[in-house]
Design a protein around this ligand. Structure first.
Ligand SMILES: [Zn+2]
Length: 348
């Protein structure tokens, strides 16, 4: 949820403002920053262009709209120095990242590079387009405490995942944790995180001490960590917290972080520690709040400051469940299903 907007005072932002749409800013030798618009509360995504001797690598792609395609063409016309695009790399399967991957790979007749789980999961979810909400999903949200109106929100939004994703290529090239890959003029190391999405690839450049972080480390908002109906017993918060700790171990404290949302920053360790602390704080709040049995939907007031509405209800309940499942796995929360099929959570 974008409700955690605590601004860390320990972060520094060496570049004052973002590039205009359709423009590039150089952030390091051969590494360029561009932005594409998003039609949601979070109104932009940062994307990256890596210049090599023979061509360009694009990292993340924007959502599939005519506006974004037009901005890409504008950039191609202005900035490519007569060199082609040679690789498309996607950090993870969310539509703002993968949306135009299929269009870009056809446009340039090049390959898509992505982790295996992200590619497969994305193709899987896109296949739900125009289908009806399944029984498993309805049961999952009923168990979380959804009333009929809320279930209708789920029914209405089901199958929308693929709406902003152009058809993916039928093959991909695999990114794996620890893999070294040449992109632009440098060798980069793939660093995989989990919890926000199943096998999220970050790219670390040891020579420039620079991390293309995707949604794995964001400076101002916390990445969504949600339980979803396709995997109702999932414990994504454990994956997420482990990933945050892994990144603190692996990354130098003075790494320059290029996030997908917000401004590039220094202070990766401080930010990761803060993200861990926010979740740990939320876990404690929930533990206290559930002294009396609660439904997942009852816990919003303990976890979120902002209004819960149609636009963020699914994310909110996903995040509530992520925290509840974490406590359950620790043995600090017990769940009982009542006669109406609703799960009641009580602190142990
Ligand atoms: Zn994402």
């Amino acid at each position: 949820m974008n409700t955690y907007t605590k601004l860390s005072h320990e972060l520094t932002y060496p570049i004052e403002g973002p590039p205009e749409h359709g423009e590039l800013i150089s952030v390091a030798p051969g590494v360029y920053w561009l932005r594409m618009p998003l039609p949601i509360g979070l109104n932009h995504i940062n994307l990256w262009l890596l210049e090599g001797d023979d061509g360009w690598t694009i990292v993340d792609t924007g959502i599939a709209t005519d506006e974004t395609r037009g901005l890409w063409e504008q950039l191609f016309g202005k900035y490519l120095n007569n060199k082609p695009v040679t690789k498309i790399v996607v950090t993870h399967m969310h539509p703002d990242h993968v949306g135009l991957a299929g269009w870009l790979t056809s446009r340039w007749d090049v390959n898509l590079w992505m982790s295996r789980t992200e590619y497969l999961m994305c193709r899987n979810l896109v296949a739900d387009n125009d289908k009806e909400a399944p029984e498993e999903g309805l049961r999952f949200y009923k168990a979380a405490g959804f009333d009929e109106d809320s279930l209708n929100v789920y029914r209405k939004r089901f199958g929308m995942f693929g709406a902003r994703i152009a058809p993916l290529p039928n093959a991909f090239h695999r990114l794996m944790d620890g893999q070294k890959i040449r992109l632009g003029q440098y060798e980069w190391t793939v660093v995989v995180g989990n919890g926000h999405s199943p096998e999220h690839a970050c790219l670390y450049n040891p020579k420039l001490n620079l991390l293309i972080a995707g949604d794995q480390i964001l400076p101002r908002i916390s990445s969504n960590v949600s339980v979803r109906p396709t995997e109702p017993d999932d414990n994504p918060l454990a994956d997420w917290l482990n990933s945050c700790r892994m990144l603190i171990r692996k990354l130098p404290p003075d790494v320059f972080v290029l996030p997908s949302h917000g401004l590039p920053f220094y202070g990766a360790h401080e930010r990761l520690k803060e993200l861990i602390e926010q979740h740990e704080g939320d876990l404690e709040k929930l533990y206290v709040f559930c002294a009396e049995p609660k439904r997942a939907v009852d816990t919003f007031s303990a976890l979120f400051k902002g209004d819960i509405n149609e636009g963020n209800l699914i994310i909110a309940v996903g995040e509530s469940l992520a925290h509840l499942h974490y406590l359950q796995a620790e043995g600090r929360m017990v769940v009982e299903t009542n006669v109406n099929g609703v799960n009641m959570y009580r602190s142990a």
